[in-house]
Design a protein around this ligand. Structure first.
Ligand SMILES: Cc1cc2nc3c(=O)[nH]c(=O)nc-3n(C[C@H](O)[C@H](O)[C@H](O)COP(=O)(O)OP(=O)(O)OC[C@H]3O[C@@H](n4cnc5c(N)ncnc54)[C@H](O)[C@@H]3O)c2cc1C
Ligand code: SF4
Length: 496
């Protein structure tokens, strides 16, 4: 049925329409609905069906994109879902939150984008495939047919830990998932705001793991409530997938002032309040003048959350220009539509506690009712492309300026918590500050202890974490199989 495909000349690229900015900032719900069945089929039919599908190459999960697009165009939705879920544990999640313009829909990945026709809306179709499967009852728990009699403890219930748990359970192991938080999801529940992905989307997947027999232990912190030695005593293997949550320091005088908080603290407080774990959020931007420092997706999430909380004004300061931001331009556009201001090429160098009457003398535009803080910053200009081709900013002499703020959010990124400190020295870190684990076996310095996700890669993306979870599960199963194999077979395998 090739005649159903290659419709890119007659069908323009069309993503699901975004809600109007004034409407979407009035709540925290997703800004786009799912594509309708007709829209998804029409968009999927645009695919060129390339001989070498670079979209598949650039998808971290190597999803079989051209085939599930064709199935969608042909209305074979259950087949499309079966194919999508064969490589991706959470297709409807990736369809929502992957930065597709840097992955499968980039100009180096989709021939149509390169040719100027506009990429196939791969993410939108993947979301639709997942949602259709949920609506029709095709998403079922992967209950093992046979039990191995072996037990695995997974620390961290983010996308890496959840994908690992699902794969390990399907392979027949008893799986215990431990997390500091009360719910599964990791940053998908407590970091990524609802306007990018509503909570029920993650909660459904968490429920599926429980239905498959995964045992969840919420509110358990490794290194505080439970030690690695205890976990090793309970389980035949342990996976560390505890993410990268330690805020990079804002290296400026005044960074410790009250009212200067980390992006993670801010976003977690907002998420916990929205899912009903707390009352009002511990940090609320309502009626405040907010300055967000940073230029990544986390900064955009803070900016957009503050707008929704009813901030009096939100300004994002970033030291490079718009074209050189580390985050997704799609997210910047959303933030701009929602009324956030951007101070490009602006670098803060000090935060000051200042009396309210000083604030009152601020130039218009930086006015700040009741503010108690002042961000002192300077403008930058690019001097050269650094390693990786990105601008290196330098100070523009005499360009200093000040912005008043009630709340300053440090969104300069995250690092991985020291595994040695959490595990009594059993697990070590790389020089780059990630958990050290063998590239192939994924095992750390401690026998039977593995690492996956942001904790092994450094801060990354949910789709990479899912891949990590799948790969570590396969590595753990190989390790456990080898442990139960008779010695003569084990040595045969090694020799071969
Ligand atoms: C604000 C924000 C927005 C993001 N937006 C996107 C996006 O739009 N798209 C995208 O693809 N990626 C996004 N990311 C990145 C993505 O969320 C992460 O790459 C991904 O969640 C990493 O998965 P993980 O399973 O390795 O770790 P995490 O999701 O971080 O999960 C780790 C889990 O370990 C738990 N934990 C930590 N320490 C301990 C301990 N000592 N004991 C027990 N449990 C512990 C944590 O509570 C957490 O639940 C975003 C990240 C942030 C911070
Ligand atoms: S998982 Fe992400 S990168 Fe891969 S096809 Fe889906 S949206 Fe694209």
């Amino acid at each position: 049925m090739v005649d159903r495909m290659q419709k890119y000349v007659s069908h323009a690229r069309q993503a699901a329409a975004k809600r109007r900015p004034d409407e979407r900032i009035a709540d925290h719900r997703e800004i786009r609905p799912d594509l309708s069945a007709e829209e998804a089929a029409r968009q999927a039919a645009r695919c060129e069906q390339c001989g070498t599908p670079y979209c598949q190459v650039y998808c971290p999960l190597h999803n079989n994109i051209p085939d599930w697009l064709k199935m969608t165009a042909e209305g074979r939705m259950e087949d499309a879902y079966q194919l999508a879920q064969a490589t991706n544990n959470f297709p409807e999640i990736c369809g929502r939150i992957c930065p597709q313009e840097r992955l499968c829909e980039a100009k180096w990945a989709c021939t149509l984008e390169q040719a100027g026709h506009g990429a196939v809306t791969i993410g939108g179709v993947e979301r639709h495939i997942g949602e259709t499967a949920w609506a029709n009852g095709w998403v079922t728990p992967r209950v093992p047919r046979r039990l191995s009699g072996q037990s695995v403890g997974v620390v961290g219930a983010g996308p890496a830990g959840m994908a690992a748990a699902e794969e390990l359970r399907a392979a027949g192991h008893e799986v215990h998932l431990y997390d500091a938080h009360a719910r599964m999801g990791g940053l998908m529940s407590y970091g990524i705001p609802e306007f990018k992905m509503e909570q029920h989307v993650v909660a459904r997947r968490a429920g599926l793991l429980l239905d498959a027999g995964v045992i969840f232990h919420g509110g358990r912190v490794l290194g505080r409530d439970i030690s690695l030695d205890e976990l090793r005593g309970r389980h035949d293997a342990v996976v560390l997938a505890y993410g990268a949550h330690v805020a990079r320091r804002l290296d400026a005088p005044g960074a410790q002032l009250p009212g200067v908080i980390s992006a993670m603290d801010y976003l977690v407080a907002s998420s916990r309040a929205l899912i009903g774990e707390t009352g009002a959020p511990a940090f609320d931007a309502a009626d405040k003048w907010v300055v967000v420092i940073g230029g990544g997706d986390t900064a955009m999430d803070c900016v957009r959350t503050a707008v929704r909380q009813g901030a009096a004004g939100v300004t994002c300061l970033y030291r490079r220009d718009r074209g050189n931001m580390p985050g997704s331009l799609r997210e910047v556009e959303h933030a701009e539509e929602e009324g956030a201001a951007f101070g490009w090429q602006s670098q803060p160098e000090a935060l000051m506690d200042v009396p309210v009457d000083v604030i009152a003398s601020q130039p218009e535009g930086f006015g700040c009712r009741g503010a108690v803080r002042m961000v002192h910053a300077f403008r930058t200009r690019p001097v050269a492309a650094g390693a990786g081709g990105r601008q290196v900013p330098e100070r523009v002499p005499g360009s200093e300026f000040e912005i008043a703020a009630d709340l300053v959010i440090n969104a300069l990124g995250f690092t991985v918590a020291d595994a040695a400190a959490l595990t009594g020295g059993a697990v070590t870190m790389t020089a780059q500050g990630r958990i050290a684990a063998d590239r192939d076996s994924r095992m750390t310095a401690a026998e039977g202890v593995f690492a996956a996700g942001d904790a092994r890669l450094g801060p990354s993306l949910a789709v990479w974490a899912i891949r990590e979870g799948r790969e570590v599960a396969a590595a753990v199963s190989r390790y456990l199989d080898a442990a139960t194999r008779p010695p003569e077979l084990a040595s045969d395998t090694t020799a071969g």
